[in-house]
Design a protein around this ligand. Structure first.
Ligand code: ARG
Ligand code: GLU
Length: 735
């Protein structure tokens, strides 16, 4: 997963999330007596609050675990084996020596950074056969959650209804600081507070961050990324999307910077691994760090996303991808340089298309409208105060925010994200702003940051590719972004000529000339920048963004969030028997469901499991997406499967009804007894709309079967040392 939020306005976003409400209650659900298992799936639950409803639901789905087996502060529990991986993904501990399992696409950057022409670990895979062969990754971190406390009462202390919104917000933020400061924790631990249920509940997280994380193993891309973009977000799937790392600690088992003296971390818990596999309807639990969901949007909000914002973003990316793909196909060097960027542009491009289809297929907007009608009816009947104007407030605010949201998305997609030269001018813009606000000193520190970023950017940059992308995307912006937000220098322009001029004259198209431009005193650099053709063009766009788009968006969005917060509270009050989970916010969550196939369209049923046979069916010799390593073909031919086969076949991936999202990559899939059975890495296409509307009929998460992981480690890579340190179990056979 990747979140792209330009860091200058991150601060604004964080503040705007926290609007205020005086009272709050922890959510408890009631359960109907007759169990429709469809009704008790979906949701991403806070691990410390599973007792009661969630525990009962899990057992109804077949779990043998108690809430305390999953989360316990006083004894070891599943949660001690789950770690946030480098801020974006999830990973889990699978041995008493701190061995970590996560996705190949989560370890990709690290694997790439150790690769060279002589040692191409992306191409050939990498396996450490002993501790001393493991590779350090400076800057990489993993985070444990030690404790989760409800601090809502402390956060709302003194936040009285007579205060205006700004004063409430101020008070809340002061209280949060107080809670963090006085949190009961060890010196090497951290504390932070996160808003749940749109700011109706606050939770304190005590965390421990480890900083010496070493690469242990990765299959070749032809296994770890098999099917690449063609198969991405799709079922049936045949990707062995895994890699392995190890946590190192100091002599006291505590976090430490990288050191040769560090030793493998000793966990409070690690996951035993089941060799017995799963079958349809088996219980599954996915434990991890989901990033963002928007499950309580009103119908107008979904409508706007699906019919206005997604189509615009899809069109921009489609155009960028087409151009980049053309170059990648005809130029081997460009193919390598753009592979990772292409994959990341393509990832959400494809997701949004699937999301739109799923929203339509599941009639999500109609269903939300019906729910809202019901909500209004009950509010009226019961004469509930404070909720009667919410839906019309939403209507008005969404109408008002539409054009500025659209402009904002165009700016992000065109001026920040996909035209690389415009992204570079944005860094220049930040530099100029730093100087205007903080003088020479701020300028110098911003320049250091920017130079190091440019170093990274230019490693994989080609102006030859970027120029036509600029011409196409800038003209799309000019034509399609709301005209109030289109700068004058983009009106009535021949973008091909403009591209020729800018790319032939700008100094910002190569590292050498950009570094030269950025050398000198602050005033010299600012003057040179403002004479640069690309900068002059980009500056107009960035100025519109900062002066017109962002302030208006933030102001309206703040109001929307205040309404959304009241609506969340209202929904929980009006429908006391419905299940409500707090939207994902990159905190640790539990989601549960069952292994299940699904019917993507009339007459088609997708099975739960794929096998090595399917890898061979997809095999295209020499293809960059569907090649299969020789060794794997031999193992297949000889049926050399060791203890990892099921009825003579090697399972590769399976699907379930677990409600997951970006950030759940690398999350463990756990069986009814707490054993590892799989590794989450994706969702099915029609089901990506679960970020706004989870539907148990078509939403499925995709997991690598852990037996495929073990088969590759053992039989393909011969890394028996790793198998030896794991605990392999037979929970089904031993019954
Ligand atoms: N769709 C998965 C996720 O959202 C996997 C992404 C891996 N990248 C790719 N282009 N195949 O992150
Ligand atoms: N591939 C996603 C990730 O990197 C997880 C799939 C999803 O969005 O569900 O987090």
């Amino acid at each position: 997963m990747k979140y792209i939020i330009p860091y200058l306005f991150v601060a604004l976003l964080i503040v705007s999330c926290k609007t205020i409400k005086e009272t709050t209650e922890t959510q408890h659900n009631t359960i109907s007596k007759t169990v429709d298992t469809r009704e008790i799936q979906g949701g991403m639950w806070i691990p410390s609050l599973l007792e009661g409803v969630n525990e009962v639901e899990m057992q109804q789905l077949g779990s043998k675990m108690t809430a305390k087996d999953i989360y316990d502060v006083n004894n070891s529990s599943l949660k001690d084996a789950i770690v946030h991986f480098n801020g974006g993904c999830t990973s889990e501990i699978i041995s008493p020596n701190g061995l970590l399992l996560t996705n190949h696409h989560c370890g990709y950057g690290a694997i790439q950074s150790h690769s060279s022409v002589e040692h191409d670990y992306l191409q050939n895979g990498f396996w450490a056969m002993s501790y001393d062969q493991e590779l350090a990754n400076p800057g990489m971190t993993v985070t444990f959650i030690k404790r989760i406390d409800d601090v809502t009462a402390e956060v709302f202390a003194g936040v009285t209804s007579d205060l205006d919104e700004a004063s409430k917000l101020k008070k809340i933020n002061q209280n949060i600081l107080k809670v963090v400061k006085s949190a009961n924790k060890e010196t090497w631990q951290d504390a932070n507070v996160k808003a749940m249920y749109k700011g109706n509940q606050y939770m304190l997280f005590i965390t421990e961050e480890y900083k010496d994380i070493r690469l242990v193993g990765a299959p070749p891309t032809s296994i770890g990324k098999f099917g690449s973009d063609t198969d991405n977000w799709m079922w049936p799937r045949h990707t062995g999307d895994f890699s392995m790392f190890r946590i190192y600690a100091d002599a006291n088992n505590r976090p430490a910077e990288y050191s040769k003296e560090n030793v493998p971390y000793k966990p409070n818990h690690y996951l035993p691994i089941s060799l017995d596999g799963v079958e349809e309807n088996d219980f599954t639990l996915v434990f991890g760090f989901p990033g963002t969901t928007n499950e309580y949007l009103p119908a107008v909000g979904i409508d706007q996303t699906v019919n206005v914002l997604n189509p615009a973003k899809i069109e921009v990316r489609e155009n960028a991808l087409k151009i980049v793909d053309g170059f990648m196909r005809s130029d081997a060097e460009i193919k390598i340089k753009y592979a990772s960027k292409y994959a990341s542009i393509a990832n959400y491009w494809k997701k949004w298309i699937g999301e739109n289809q799923g929203i339509e297929k599941s009639k999500a907007i109609e269903k939300k409208r019906a729910l809202e009608a019901e909500f209004s009816k009950i509010v009226k009947e019961k004469d509930l105060v404070g909720y009667s104007t919410l839906l019309s407030d939403f209507e008005n605010l969404y109408k008002e925010i539409e054009s500025v949201s659209l402009a904002r998305d165009y700016w992000i997609e065109v001026a920040y994200r996909n035209v690389e030269l415009l992204g570079i001018t944005f860094r220049g813009y930040q530099l100029e702003q730093a100087f205007l606000r903080g003088g020479e000193e701020a300028f110098n520190s911003a320049r250091t940051t920017i130079l190091s970023r440019l170093n990274g950017t230019f490693k994989n940059y080609s102006a030859k590719v970027d120029k036509p992308v600029f011409a196409k995307l800038a003209s799309l912006y000019a034509e399609k972004a709301p005209s109030d937000y289109v700068p004058l220098n983009m009106k009535n322009v021949n973008f091909n000529e403009l591209a020729n001029r800018i790319y032939s004259r700008s100094k910002l198209t190569s590292l050498e000339s950009a570094t030269e431009l950025l050398a000198g005193s602050a005033t010299e650099v600012i003057e040179k920048l403002n004479n640069d053709e690309a900068y002059k063009f980009g500056k107009e766009l960035h100025t519109i963004f900062y002066n017109k788009i962002e302030p208006k968006f933030q102001q309206l969005n703040m109001q929307l969030e205040a309404v959304q917060k009241k609506y969340m509270k209202g929904l929980m009050e009006v429908f006391p028997n419905k299940r409500f989970f707090p939207d994902a916010n990159s905190t640790l969550r539990v989601t549960y469901g069952q292994v299940k196939g699904y019917e993507p369209k009339d007459g088609v049923y997708f099975n739960t499991t794929t096998y090595l046979e399917g890898v061979m069916e997809k095999y295209i010799p020499g293809d960059y997406e569907f090649d299969v390593p020789q060794k794997l073909q031999e193992l297949y031919k000889n049926k050399d499967y060791g203890q990892y086969a099921e009825n003579g076949k090697i399972p590769v991936c399976f699907i379930g009804t677990n409600h997951t999202t970006g950030g759940n990559s690398g999350s463990p899939a756990i069986d009814a007894e707490g054993n590892l059975i799989g590794l989450n890495f994706d969702r099915v296409w029609e089901g990506t709309m679960s970020d706004m509307n989870y539907d148990p009929d078509i939403c499925r998460n995709i997991m690598v079967d852990v037996r495929y992981v073990l088969f590759i480690v053992d039989k393909y890579a011969g890394a028996k040392n790793l198998i030896k340190e794991m605990t392999l179990v037979h929970p089904k056979k031993n019954k």
